[in-house]
Design a protein around this ligand. Structure first.
Ligand SMILES: [Ca+2]
Ligand SMILES: [Ca+2]
Length: 168
């Protein structure tokens, strides 16, 4: 589920520095400079996501989040709140994966991202087909957002959307 995917260190609590580290690691593993504009947009999205969870819980925005906090916040959010929390993050991730910046993610670009996370090729291919809902062989921003929203809304431990950021 989403919390575990973001808790790269596995320490069970996620603070702003942990969020930054996850962003740096993901950018680096994709071969993107963590200080590039795309990576910084993704970082703003990730920080916004973290702050939104705390805001929902009525706490200062840099408070460390546990899996329990995450589930409590996410489950009490409306669909509109989930979108507002997740879309900037998912859009940032989209830009990181769309390495040629043509506005869509091809199977190759997606496979590169999944491989960087240690997900095997078969699972990546399967995931790509299930996300490409109009079957045109690429993922547009809306298809990718749908995926991201599902990933962050679904607090079950075994979700179809689980390989968004790996480490599940
Ligand atoms: Ca592309
Ligand atoms: Ca498509």
């Amino acid at each position: 589920m989403a919390f575990n995917a973001m808790d790269g260190s596995g320490k069970g609590r996620l603070g702003p520095q942990d969020v930054d580290r996850v962003v740096d690691e993901l950018a680096s593993s994709l071969g993107v400079d963590p200080r590039s504009a795309d990576a910084e947009a993704f970082r703003r999205g990730a920080r916004h996501l973290h702050a939104s969870l705390n805001k929902k819980l009525g706490r200062p925005e840099s408070t460390e989040i546990t899996e329990k906090d995450y589930v409590q916040a996410a489950e009490s959010m409306s669909t509109a709140e989930i979108r507002a929390m997740v879309d900037p993050y998912v859009d940032g991730l989209f830009e990181l994966i769309d390495t040629d910046d043509d506005g869509s993610i091809t199977a190759d670009e997606f496979a590169h991202h999944q491989t960087a996370l240690g997900i095997d090729q078969d699972r990546a291919t399967e995931a790509f087909s299930s996300l490409d809902s109009n079957g045109d062989g690429k993922l547009g921003k809306e298809e990718f957002r749908k995926y991201g929203r599902q990933f962050y809304q679904d607090t079950a431990s075994d979700s179809a959307a689980d390989n968004l950021t790996g480490r599940v």
